[in-house]
Design a protein around this ligand. Structure first.
Ligand code: HEC
Length: 318
């Protein structure tokens, strides 16, 4: 991704003489710790930490630029007629405050006002999972070559149907994991497929016929519980099938992920249903992007037969 060279937009009026300049501890730290630190910390996707005054000061001017251009925090959805839950977007006032702070020379302020440094339990963002599934063996992604689609199946051992309200995952080699999709195979036999070469799992994009889609993960994804008691069913006896899309990075890596499952206390009262537009990843909708096209649009629509509530929207592009 490239950073657009947009000018820093400064607050229109200069602060009146009596008004004090923004300071880190009181004004800026809460913005950074609440909106940036979840990714900008060791072990997460962003390339440097933003966990202290020193960290933020070092990057001050570029922080003003990327918040001013809304390149950070990453959030692709336009502000629309519907608000998203947990929208990752700074307010105009927060952006202006950061710009003023940088212009004022990035003062630290009174140590007594400093909020505690953001603490992240080494564990999971949603708290203690109900079940942790470890991949049985690492998949070795070579330094180069084509992208790889690989499915790895693990028996879950459920003696009864379970309802999943959230899934989270920790990759061990984040850089090579383009994304994963989670499935359940109600037949529970995906893990018995004969080996294909020395690496665990089997190739292909159909997940070995696993029929129950359970969502997925990509870098920057933040786990959420489904709202309003909604949940996805995993039939008893199922295997969990994780379909990896690996993208070699120039460095050989071994990926062995850990997956956290969160269960609903009871079955949901309403059904959740995925709807893909255009269907099948646009395979049969004339998707054909001309080389160099910068603004390609493909449209589809579907008239819902009953009133519904939307629980989420996902987009996927390469
Ligand atoms: C969801 C994860 C995520 C969040 C939240 C996030 N960042 Fe980032 N940030 C990244 C990643 C990944 C990169 C490196 C990729 C890139 O530069 O495009 C990055 C890069 C940057 C850069 C370097 C840009 C450049 O071109 O050199 C700055 C500065 C930055 N982030 C500041 C922030 C600030 C300030 C916030 C909060 C207001 C924030 N980020 C929130 C993931 C995140």
């Amino acid at each position: 991704m490239r950073l657009l060279a947009l000018p820093i937009i400064l607050a229109a009026a200069l602060p009146a003489a009596a008004e004090t300049a923004p300071v880190f501890n009181r004004d800026i730290a809460p913005i950074i710790y609440n909106n940036c630190a979840s990714c900008h910390r060791p072990g997460e996707a962003a390339p440097f930490p933003l966990l202290s005054y020193a960290d933020v000061r070092k990057k001050g001017p570029v922080i003003a630029a990327v918040t001013g251009s809304r390149y950070m925090p990453p959030w692709k959805a336009d502000p629309g007629a519907w608000a998203f839950r947990d929208e990752r977007r700074l307010t105009d006032a927060q952006i202006a405050l950061i710009a003023r702070w940088v212009k004022a020379g990035m003062p630290e302020g009174n140590p007594a006002d400093a909020p505690p440094a953001p603490a992240f339990s080494s564990g999971w963002q949603l708290g203690e999972p109900d079940m942790i599934v470890e991949m049985p063996a690492a998949y070795h992604v070579p330094a180069d070559g084509p992208d790889i689609y690989r499915n790895i199946a693990v028996p879950l051992g459920f003696a009864e149907d379970k309802w999943i309200t959230a899934i989270d995952m920790k990759p061990s080699a984040r850089a090579v994991v383009h994304h994963v999709l989670y499935f359940a195979d109600p037949n529970g036999r995906a893990h018995q497929r004969p080996p294909q070469g020395a690496e665990p799992g089997f190739s292909g994009m159909t997940a070995g016929g696993a029929t129950v889609a359970l969502g997925g993960w990509a870098v920057g994804a933040q786990p959420h519980f489904y709202p309003d008691g909604l949940a996805l069913k995993v039939p008893k006896g199922s295997d969990l099938v994780i379909q990896y899309h690996f993208h070699p990075t120039g460095k050989a890596e071994a990926e062995k992920s850990t997956v956290a499952l969160y269960f609903a206390k009871k079955p949901p009262e309403r059904l959740m249903f995925p709807l893909q537009l255009p269907p099948v990843y646009s395979l049969f909708s004339g998707l054909d992007i001309p080389p160099g096209a910068g603004d390609y649009v493909i449209r589809d629509s579907f008239t819902l037969p009953v009133p519904v509530q939307a629980a989420g929207v996902g987009a996927h592009a390469h």
